[in-house]
Design a protein around this ligand. Structure first.
Ligand code: AMP
Ligand code: ZN
Ligand code: FE
Ligand code: FE
Length: 278
């Protein structure tokens, strides 16, 4: 049986492995194919493609966009995107701008709370990364303000914590349409992470499908077999392609490891058929 992992983060967002290191790890773990899905960034894709060609691992170009839907942050994955597409570069530029503003604000609020973290320090520590709260948390750990990133979120950065700053996300509809415009296949990521009741989840699926989503993540590191089976049934019902991946981030999220989330290669074949039929 051939397996794939279609949800992986590198140092181009908040993962701790470089794209080449990640491909090598996937090779060691025995995956036939992987997708790189960094948050709001395609910067890691060329290095990953080169490493994949060198090591004999199929690498699917992907992305994960943070979007806003009914007051929730919903993540949309995009597979087989053209990283150079104009529809995407403009969108990512705006996302980056919103992140920069927010990160700057978080640093100010932290400084006021006696925690010395600066934008300069973040840029130096994580060159080339699309920066977010996980990076801020890691600097806080390194400088001894907290014991781990979880504590940084609980006490400072998370919703309801004392230095929380909300993020402006792009509307879900725009993200889905722009991924399609960039030749990509938009997929609803980790559907149970939004803590919706059955009816709410169905409304999300129907809305996302209406905007052009063609698939849904059913195999996920945090989901058990029963949850995966329920999501597969929803895919069947709504005519969506199932996908699967770990959401591995390396040391930045040590509870998720590569090699334990195994999605069948047939999921990738399903995506390829959709891509070809466009
Ligand atoms: P941002 O994009 O800056 O809002 O940061 C979101 C990232 O922080 C996502 O990758 C989340 O998985 C991660 N995150 C959210 N809450 C926590 C937490 N309590 N501990 C560790 N990471 C978290
Ligand atoms: Zn992440
Ligand atoms: Fe996500
Ligand atoms: Fe992710």
């Amino acid at each position: 049986m051939k397996y794939v992992d279609l949800h992986l983060h590198t140092t181009a967002s908040d993962g701790s492995l470089s794209p080449a290191e990640l491909v090598a790890m996937a090779k060691r773990a025995g995956y036939a194919a992987i997708a790189i899905t960094d948050h709001d960034n395609t910067g890691g894709l060329p290095e990953a493609a080169a490493a994949g060609a060198r090591l004999g691992v199929e690498v699917v170009p992907g992305i994960e966009l943070s979007t806003e839907y009914a007051g929730l942050e919903v993540h949309i994955l995009g597979y087989f995107i053209d990283p150079g597409a104009e529809s995407l570069s403009d969108l990512l530029e705006t996302a980056l701008l919103h992140r920069e503003e927010r990160n700057t604000r978080i640093c100010q609020v932290l400084q006021a709370a006696g925690v010395d973290v600066s934008m300069e320090e973040l840029r130096e520590t994580f060159p080339g990364a699309v920066l977010g709260r996980p990076h801020i948390g890691q600097v806080m750990v390194k400088k001894g303000y907290v014991g781990d990133v979880k504590q940084a979120f609980r006490e400072y950065l998370g919703k309801g914590a004392k230095c929380y700053v909300p993020k402006v996300n792009m509307p879900m509809e725009r993200a889905i349409r722009r991924i399609s415009d960039a030749g990509g296949l938009p997929v609803l990521a980790h559907p149970y992470q939004y803590e919706l009741e059955d009816a709410g989840l169905r409304t999300l699926i129907e809305t996302a499908k209406g905007y052009g989503v063609v698939g849904m993540e059913c195999v996920y590191s945090k989901y058990d077999e029963a949850q995966t089976a329920a999501l597969l049934a929803l895919c069947e019902e709504y005519g969506l392609a199932p996908t699967g991946g770990s959401d591995f981030h390396g040391a930045s999220k040590p509870n998720i490891s590569v090699g334990t989330t195994k999605a069948p290669y047939a999921y990738l074949e399903g995506l390829k058929e959709l891509k070809q039929s466009r």
